[in-house]
Structures are given as C-alpha cells and as structure tokens.
Design a protein around this ligand. Structure first.
Ligand code: WTA
Length: 604
C-alpha cells in the first residue's frame, strides 16, 4: 500500500505546523488539535476503516517473488533500486567519530558477514547473540544473521555475566558477537558455563589482542570474506528475532518474532512515525531493547529511510547536536530522556538549530503532560505518544500524526489491531472504567512463542480470545486509551523493562543477604527506580557501606542498569504461608497505600 499523501490538505511543514495546533481544555481533557495529514491513508489508517493487512503485503518483494527474508526487504531490495546510494545509516560515535553507509554498502557488508558466519558453521535456525554497543557492526550483524536464516538475539550492553549466561543457556546459543571489553565483563566469567557456545566473534579488537579458543576477529574475517552471498529464503513463519524480556516471575524469557513481523514493522513505522523518503530519522533506543530493533533497525530500513545512530553518552548538548548536525526530521525517543532534556533547561536548546525537526514521538512509559507542554514551548512541536511491548513486535496504540492528540493518552489502536479494556473474565468494560488492556490476536508482528516455554506463552492468553498485555488502562468515549499501570510486578526504569525476580536472585547470591524483595518505586525522572528490601543473615549489620557493596555486586553480576538504586534493610520480609515474598505488601508500605487482602500473609 502506498501513501495517499495529504488527502487534499497542503502538506505539513514545520512552518505551518507551528500554527496548526492549539491547546484547549474540554471536559478536563487537554486536546491538541491538529489540522494536518499524516503519511497514511486517513480513512484507512486513522479511521480504522476497511484496512486489511493483506494490502500491506504488496509493498514487499516477496509478495511478487515468493522469496522471503526480512533483511532482503530492509536492505537488499533498496540496494538495487534508486535508493542504492541513499544513506541507510549515519553513525556517530562517543567521540564524535562518524561514518555513513549507503544501502548498497550495507548490502555488501552484510553479505560479507553472512559469509563469515557461514564459514564458522552457523546456519539457519541458530541463535546468534549480538552483545555490542551501538557500533556499525551491530547493524551489519543483524542483517547478516537474518540473511543466513538464523535468529538475531540482541543483548543490551548493560547486562553482565550471569544475565548473559542465563539468556544464552535458555536457548543453547551457538555464537555471540561482541567487543573485547564486553567479552571481559560479560562473557569470560561464564564462558565455561555455556556449553553450546562455539564461536565468539570479536569486533574492534586492538592489535595484539589474544584470541582464545573459538574466538575470531571480525575485522580479519571480513577482510577476506567473499562479497557474493545468496540470501537464505525463509518461510514467513520462520523465527528471525528473539528478545529476552522480563516478567514478574522466573528468569527472562525469549520472545520469538518471525519474518512475517516485517509487515508490522514496516507499516507502523510508516504511519506511526509518519516516515517519508526525505526524512532523516533518529530512534534513540538501544537495539538491546525492542524499540531499538523494530524502530531502530528494521522498521526504518523496510521503509528505505535514512537513519541516525548515535553511540555516545546522553547529554542535552550531545543529543541536540545530533539533531542539528544530521538535520533530523523525525525523532523517536522516550519519556525519561525527555524529562532529562527538560531538566537540562531551555537555554541549551537555544545553542542548536532544531528547525529540521517536524515530528517527535515517545514510547516505553507514560509521558507526563507537562513534558508535552514544555516540548511545545521549546521545540514548537507536540510529542506524540504511542504504546506497545516486546511481545507485540510493533506499535499497537498511537497518537497518529493526523489525529487530534490527547495529552496524556496513548492514542488509538493501529488499524487492523483490535484493542479493548476487559475485566478478568473477558467482559468488555465501558469507557472510563479501568481494566485489563487486551488485544485481539492475529496482527502480523505478534510474538509467535516463548523459547522453550509454551506454558509461559499460554499465560498471555489467559483471558479467552485475547492477548493480555499485563497493563491496566481505560478507554475514553472518543476511543483513546489511557494507561493506568502494570497489573504485575514488572518494573519500568528509564523505560527499560526489569523483572524483580532476576534482581532478587542476584541479591540472594550475596553472602550477607537472607531474603530480598524488589519493587519499582515511582521516581519523577526515571519513571521508577529499583528498590530492594533486604533481610540480612545473622551476623551481618546493615550499613551504608553494605548497601553500596550489595548494589555493586548486582551491577557486576547481573546488569549495569538493573541494580537497586535504593536498599532498605528489614529484620524480615512479608511472606505468604508458602514462603513467597509479597512484593505487593512492600510496595503498598513504601507508597503508603492500603495493604489490601493480607489473608495469606505469614509474618510482619
Ligand atoms: C510500558 C517497550 C505507558 C507498558 C516498547 C508495556 C508504556 C511495557 C507505554 C512494555 C506508554 C510502553 N505509556 N506505558 N506509551 N509504552 N509502556 O517490552 O507497561 O520494553 O507493557 O516494550 O512498557 O515494555 P517493553
């Protein structure tokens, strides 16, 4: 399906957009009115009227050739079209080093790396982890892995040894692509505990680096790799991406996405991000998380868009300079980052030209209305929030470019996605009544399974006929969804998803810790911070020093991003009679909320 453009309304430019929105208060809901058109067919995309997923399929080569591979559609078909010399990737490093790669260059490099992978014995269906900072090799690896029909499993750089071990062992991964530093921190300590791991591919190793058994140099292998590679043609239902993500219970789980997900990646990027061929798009998310792959790798390239990757540290100056330097037009970011930018103040905005920006979107946690209002003031643009999760593969609810934007709402369902608010039995609740946010299964990029864990997968469908998101929300009378919170114990900190169980397990390995309960504690900047309640073993005294030691212990073992920022020692923790720590009670106590039903509570 191609865009029908502006529906007769003059196309939006930053100039007239500035005049086209206004804030007004109506029934206590603030609405930004916009009178523009997005990159979609208004009636189909935004009116949810007559849209069929099948029509989207026509935009892919496989629809005509029968040969399926997401990497072919994202890179190779552009490399032989008028886009071959178009920049696919503008890359900027931590020290302002920069590089750019056209679609033709991305094709060549990913073909070569696909040959390298095959030379090591990697094949269709293998699980290949990519544990890299945001260097170009990450993007080349993603495409090469898909091209050989293997499964690309990105791993956030913040993870440390035990998290890496658990994820690799869960799916018996054959290979990991990494750097010397990350190997030292995250792989070496557990290498002998991952029997399936055959090959460690090391990127950007310095001269003189000592390669151990099964370790190969990316650079050396690429030097002599053949340029010609025949893409492995797959079935639409073959797995291609696996994200490890967290739930309430148990260790992190492998969410499986298949080639067919490209339909969702492609069309939601086009319509939710309103991406056009002359855009320069920047998704600030790390590909270790789903936003950084669906919208920071696949979605934009499936649309043939030029995207920016910035691998440096966050600061208001560095981020604005990226927008200014690359003339970013569409910017997909997250509430914590926006709150930090707001905190950095308005003056820093004035040091850069942000005139190129025409559209800003946000995801991952609720976006505070005050941030949107601030954005209008300093960027002269509203920020459009959208909603989805690792398991949904793509945006499912959004404030589309062409819709009146309700500040504080997640927006309306994507066409072809049926969303509802239901009670625990599946009865649809009327507008204004909070309940479970659920989706009708069947959209193309919905996960296809949880690796090695069909029981876990089934839990998502515990309300008959629906995929259960685990979020609570309500619907308003205009069909907009409003987020209320998680119904489980999953923690969102800086927009990153953390499972309390994994943090508790790491805490329990510390010699002083007898019991641990972990909750998300609301925080104005990070959304939530991780707070741990700890009962110490006899003979240990709680102290500030011990808190620091325990935090560092978790950081080194599990993740640099999932350690408890706050620790509170307690003589004992509230437990059920069967001995399960009641996080619900800890959270209620922390927030001064009613404790609810404590019938099963054992002590305290
Ligand atoms: C939360 C991130 C409020 C939600 C794409 C969801 C949001 C979880 C929003 C998925 C939003 C995402 N407002 N909460 N606009 N978007 N969430 O898997 O709790 O890292 O279930 O995917 O983020 O997190 P995940």
């Amino acid at each position: 399906m191609t865009s029908t453009g502006n529906h007769g309304i003059p196309s939006m430019s930053k100039g007239n957009l500035g005049k086209s929105w206004q804030l007004r208060t109506e029934n206590n809901i603030e609405i930004v009115e916009k009178f523009g058109a997005c990159n979609c067919d208004y009636h189909k995309a935004c009116g949810n009227n007559g849209f069929v997923w099948d029509e989207v399929k026509r935009d892919f080569d496989w629809h005509h050739t029968g040969r399926v591979n997401i990497a072919h559609e994202a890179i190779d078909r552009h490399a032989v079209s008028w886009r071959k010399n178009k920049v696919a990737l503008y890359w900027e490093g931590p020290n302002k080093e920069h590089a750019k790669y056209t679609f033709a260059e991305m094709k060549l490099l990913s073909d070569k790396f696909a040959n390298v992978l095959k030379k090591t014995g990697a094949k269709k269906g293998d699980r290949i982890f990519v544990y890299l900072p945001r260097i170009p090799e990450l993007y080349i690896s993603a495409m090469a892995i898909a091209k050989i029909g293997a499964i690309f499993a990105p791993l956030f750089g913040g993870f440390r040894a035990e998290a890496v071990r658990d994820r690799m062992n869960d799916c018996s991964a054959e290979m990991i692509v990494t750097t010397p530093d990350m190997k030292r921190l995250g792989i070496d300590p557990i290498r002998h505990e991952v029997p399936s791991l055959r090959t460690i591919m090391i990127c950007q190793a310095p001269e003189g680096f000592k390669y151990g058994e099964g370790e190969l140099s990316y650079d050396a292998e690429m030097m002599y790799a053949p340029e010609e590679h025949e893409t492995e043609w797959c079935h639409l239902e073959d797995p291609v991406i696996m994200h490890y993500t967290s739930g309430t219970t148990g260790k992190s789980k492998g969410v499986i996405h298949v080639h067919n997900a490209m339909i969702g990646h492609y069309i939601t990027t086009k319509w939710v991000q309103d991406l056009r061929d002359d855009d320069v798009y920047w998704c600030t998310a790390d590909p270790g998380w789903v936003t950084g792959t669906s919208y920071g790798i696949f979605g934009p390239w499936l649309n043939g868009a030029s995207q920016v990757v910035y691998a440096g540290r966050f600061s208001a100056d560095s981020w604005y300079s990226v927008v200014d330097k690359y003339k970013v037009t569409v910017w997909y970011t997250a509430p914590t980052a926006l709150r930090m930018l707001m905190k950095a103040g308005d003056d820093v905005v004035g040091r850069y030209s942000l005139k190129s920006l025409r559209y800003i979107t946000s995801v991952g946690e609720p976006l505070n209305p005050e941030v949107i209002r601030w954005g209008m003031k300093v960027y002269d643009l509203p920020i459009h929030e959208n909603y989805w999760m690792t398991e949904t593969g793509c945006n499912v609810v959004a404030n589309f470019y062409s819709l009146p934007l309700k500040v504080g709402s997640m927006g309306k369902p994507f066409p072809g996605v049926q969303a509802a608010v239901v009670d625990d039995k599946g009865n649809i609740l009327p507008p204004g009544v909070p309940g479970n946010l659920v989706l009708k299964p069947g959209w193309p990029s919905m996960m296809r399974g949880i690796w090695n864990n069909p029981e876990k997968y089934k839990e998502y469908f515990r309300i008959p006929g629906w995929y259960v998101t685990g979020d609570s929300a309500y619907l308003d009378t205009d069909g907009y969804f409003w987020f209320m919170g998680r119904v489980d114990d999953v923690i969102k900190t800086s927009g990153e998803r953390v499972g309390p169980f994994e943090v508790e397990s790491a805490l329990l390995e510390h010699p002083a810790v007898a019991e641990a309960g972990v909750i998300g504690k609301p925080d104005p900047l990070y959304g939530n911070i991780i707070k741990a309640f700890i009962a110490l073993k006899p003979g240990h005294e709680g102290s500030e020093e011990l808190k620091r030691e325990i935090s560092d212990f978790v950081k080194a073992k599990l993740a640099a991003h999932a350690f408890p920022k706050e620790i509170e020692f307690r003589p004992s923790l509230p437990k059920t009679r069967s001995g399960k720590i009641m996080r619900r009670v800890l959270k209620a106590q922390e927030l001064g909320l009613p404790l609810g039903d404590l019938a099963t509570l054992d002590d305290e």
